[in-house]
Ligand binder design. Structure first.
Ligand SMILES: C[S@@+](CC[C@H](N)C(=O)[O-])C[C@H]1O[C@@H](n2cnc3c(N)ncnc32)[C@H](O)[C@@H]1O
Length: 388
């Protein structure tokens, strides 16, 4: 799978799923994983002028209000929705993601997205009574016990069928900020997938430190079912997001790229959007696996989440309320290091939440956001104190 390192191997855990186990004794303070950057990610729409799309530098932390380097200099403000702190960062972004540095198709894609958002806002302002109004509204009131695998399959099938003719009509539903950010995250993943498909200069790094490939990303735990049982109202949001993205296909056909490689990329991305398969894959690996991209506020001070990213190989670390490893961010990299000496065969765990919070709070958070009941020694001891 390409995720084993010199320090640990990925193996099944006694409580289900996989985890990282030390190959040998490891000293305190040892860096065990340093990732390059996320496979797919997004900077929240409201921060995208202030956070570099490549290294995640926050303008305010450099004494600036916003960044001004765009994907292409002549691009109208807002065109691609990506800003960088320097031309070096922009060039890094391009060389990492786009075949032969040809960004025409990526610009076409993001321009089409902005046009679609514009269409949506105008429809909202005119309060258009949609002829093709969303038949999935009923999902907003779906309950947890209705969410089963077969219910999900049937709903997605229905969405796929509807999308075939619906995508020919104007999009009139409103997407909220979170849904629009999710759209960006999905497109970021699909841009990677297209580039891998056409790979001549884009060589996805499959070492544990790299971003991995689509295949590696697909190996992550699929959390669609537990996630939607925990938050049933979000099924409607997932379906809406897919139907919205599906509307990009006809828009892309209209804006032809200049060279043949660009046109192949556009056809490929349209092909990926024609069924929900790939969008659903990105949606199902997001919950429970992605990491928030936080600002660099000093420890102990309040920090702000600027976006999120799927750092593929970093998603094999389980949680413990007595963690033995911790992560820090350095630009776009996540760095994991040991908090104490670790014995051979010991599982290496981070803390997903504030492990100093009371047991009840920790349990509720872990259950709501990561869908499990923690059985670590600390939870065990605290549970026994409550109910001797
Ligand atoms: C980021 S993934 C960790 C890798 C995952 N175990 C796998 O096999 O891909 C997070 C998921 O792992 C599981 N997990 C993490 N820590 C756990 C723990 N302490 N006890 C039980 N399950 C845990 C939960 O299913 C959680 O949603």
């Amino acid at each position: 799978m390409g995720v084993d390192t010199a320090f640990y191997s990925i193996e099944p855990t006694p409580y289900g799923g996989r985890g990282a186990f030390a190959r040998h004794q490891i000293a305190k303070g040892q860096v065990i994983l340093e990732t390059t950057g996320p496979y797919a990610g997004v900077i929240f729409r409201k921060f995208r002028r202030e956070v570099c799309g490549a290294c995640f530098a926050y303008a305010f932390e450099s004494g600036k209000n916003k960044w001004s380097v765009r994907l292409v200099e002549e691009e109208a403000v807002g065109g691609a929705g990506l800003w960088f702190c320097s031309s070096e960062c922009r060039d890094d972004w391009i060389s990492e993601r786009v075949c032969n540095g040809d960004i025409t198709w990526v610009l076409d894609l993001y321009r089409a997205l902005e046009r679609l958002i514009d269409q949506m806002s105008k429809a909202g302002r005119k309060k258009v009574k949609a002829a093709n109004s969303n038949p999935f509204h009923y999902l907003e009131n779906v309950s947890a016990d209705q969410i089963t695998q077969s219910f999900l399959e049937a709903t997605w099938k229905q969405a796929e069928e509807l999308s075939r003719y619906d995508a020919k009509h104007e999009w009139t539903e409103e997407l909220n900020e979170f849904e629009l950010d999710t759209v960006r995250y999905i497109l970021d993943g699909l841009v990677r997938k297209v580039s891998e498909h056409l790979s001549s200069t884009v060589k996805s790094d499959r070492s544990p430190h790299g971003t991995g490939t689509w295949e590696d990303f697909a190996q992550l735990q699929d959390n669609e079912l537990p996630f939607l049982i925990s938050k049933p109202y979000l099924l409607s949001s997932h379906i809406k997001t897919y139907l919205f993205i599906r509307h990009l296909c006809p828009l892309l056909k209209r804006s032809k790229g200049s060279c043949s490689e660009s046109q192949t990329s556009i056809s490929k991305i349209s092909e990926y959007l024609e069924t929900p398969t790939f969008v659903r894959m990105l949606l199902s690996r997001d919950p429970g696996n992605v990491f928030g991209i936080w600002d660099m506020a000093p420890e102990g001070e309040e920090s702000e989440m600027l976006g999120w990213g799927a750092f593929t190989f970093a998603s094999y670390f389980n949680h413990s309320c007595i963690p033995n490893i911790k992560k820090r961010r350095d630009k776009q990299k996540l760095i994991f290091y040991t908090l104490r000496d670790i014995q051979q065969g010991e599982e290496m765990c981070i803390s997903y939440t504030d492990e100093t919070a009371p047991l009840k709070e920790r349990r509720a958070l872990l259950n709501r956001n990561w869908f499990f009941q923690c059985c670590c020694a600390k939870c065990h001891d605290e549970q026994n104190e409550v109910a001797p």
